[in-house]
Design a protein around this ligand. Structure first.
Ligand SMILES: Nc1ncnc2c1ncn2[C@@H]1O[C@H](COP(=O)(O)OP(=O)(O)O)[C@@H](O)[C@H]1O
Ligand SMILES: [Mg+2]
Length: 426
């Protein structure tokens, strides 16, 4: 009974049934059951013994109300019930013994609640409602119900640092390598390169969404997004540049909401001006990939963006990526950059102009076109870290599955061990 809840109502599983000893209790329960939209015929006369008998030959309901009044040894009988009851059923016991120890023992054996007779309609109503909430809530270890979603915003500290290259590459890796259903939302509405990088036409989906946010629903998502692979859908635009963007940002927030239901991963290519205009876009973002280059200007803007994130989206875990790195010709060294932003760079992606031009020539995303490039290897590591399947040798991540969704551990680890270098060896 206290086993993890399995999603859905398998087979002919009913939402509810009750086994009650006396008519006066049944008279209280039946109207409440009707009010909740369940069948009053599911309120059976008879107590715990009858429940055990009938559940041994039929499917268990989602919620079971069972009367212990005629049971000489309630704990023993509850164990018999547990043997015939399918995992996940939320059981509420009813009885006339007012004994805290019994109550505790019952809870200990997996009973959700114990109601004392005489029953009141309000008490039954509240208990059933609460049981319903428990039944509907995902349980730990229930992979289907606790559907995870990781939302990553990729923000460039300056134009041209490669934020869009990273965003498309990460989305491609999540969907192709990790087989996770992925949405790529390109919020560079006028000059977006998300579709371009995948050699696709952006379509009107994003423009329609901005013009008509009320139309955004699962069907709209299904129709408006451009398929870029079995697991990758993209929403991008090349909005006309003769008119300003007319939006309060609500369309973007709604799109993010829908993506959370429909996909496992969301990647948002988020230009920094959009971040300033619509801070609400980060409300449900788990991770911000701050893409920078090793220059003075980028260091300054990394500092400013980090402090903005701290003030406005403290829940979102920032990850610092230095892109296009050429150690010999860096404007400032990695060590100086890190000293100035007062934190470590998480990953370094080397400069690879051949790879960039190859991707452009082939009309493929950077990592797809250049599978053996060192830059691709670095971006692959970033994707793995985000997916939580990193097997790199970073302390605390050794082969363990760890998602950044549980990034409090990650943060704590960083706080405790400031000297640990989590960055890729460069
Ligand atoms: N690691 C890299 N090495 C060489 N060129 C790169 C690298 N990353 C990105 N680029 C190139 O830099 C240019 C700008 O990248 P883009 O992703 O559009 O930047 P942003 O979105 O930050 O403005 C593109 O032509 C891209 O191919
Ligand atoms: Mg861009």
């Amino acid at each position: 009974m206290n086993a993890p809840w399995k999603s859905g109502l398998p087979g002919n599983r009913d939402p509810f049934s009750a086994y009650i000893c006396d008519d006066s209790a049944l008279d209280v329960i039946r109207p409440v059951v009707i009010e909740l939209g369940w069948q009053p015929e599911k309120c059976n006369k008879g107590g715990l013994r009858n429940a055990v008998q009938s559940l041994s030959v039929s499917a268990s309901p989602a919620i079971l109300l069972v009367d212990l009044s005629e049971s000489g040894d309630p704990l023993n009988d509850i164990n018999a019930l547990a043997e015939v009851c399918e995992p996940g059923t939320v059981v509420i016991a009813i009885g006339q013994v007012n004994d805290v120890r019994l109550y505790r023992d019952l809870l200990g054996s997996g009973i959700h609640d114990y109601l004392l007779k005489p029953l009141s309609p309000q008490q039954v109503h509240d208990a059933l409602n609460q049981a319903l909430a428990v039944f509907m809530s995902p349980k730990a270890g229930d992979a289907d119900a606790a559907k995870r979603h990781i939302s990553t915003a990729v923000v460039g500290t300056r134009g041209g640092v490669g934020a869009s290259t990273l965003a498309t590459s990460l989305a491609w890796l999540f969907s192709e390598q990790h087989k996770a259903p992925t949405a790529l939302l390109d919020l560079d509405v006028h000059f977006g390169t998300g579709a371009l990088a995948l050699d696709l036409e952006p379509g009107r989906g994003l423009t329609d969404a901005i013009e008509n946010p009320s139309r955004i629903d699962p069907l709209f998502i299904e129709r408006a997004m451009v398929r870029a692979g079995d697991n990758l859908s993209i929403l991008s635009a090349e909005a006309p540049i003769n008119q300003p963007l007319m939006t309060d940002g609500s369309a973007f927030v709604q799109l993010e909401d829908e993506f959370r239901q429909a996909f496992e991963m969301t990647v948002i290519d988020l230009p920094r001006n959009m971040l300033i205009n619509f801070p609400q876009l980060l409300a449900d973002v788990n991770l911000v990939v701050l893409t920078c280059e090793l220059t003075l200007a980028s260091a300054r803007d990394t500092i400013r963006l980090l402090s903005w994130l701290k003030a406005n989206a403290n829940h979102a875990h920032p990850m610092i990526i230095a892109n296009k790195v050429q150690p010999a010709v860096a404007e400032i060294s990695k060590a100086d950059f890190e000293a100035s932003i007062e934190r470590r760079v998480d990953f370094v992606v080397p400069y690879d102009i051949k790879a960039a031009s190859n991707a452009a020539k082939l009309g493929q995303v950077f990592v797809d076109a250049n599978r053996s490039s060192k830059a691709t290897a670095a971006i692959r590591q970033i994707a793995e870290r985000i997916m939580g399947v990193s097997t790199d040798d970073a302390p605390g991540f050794g082969g363990e599955k760890k998602s950044l969704l549980g990034n409090f551990d990650f943060k704590a680890m960083l706080a405790k061990k400031p000297k640990v270098d989590l960055s890729q060896a460069d």
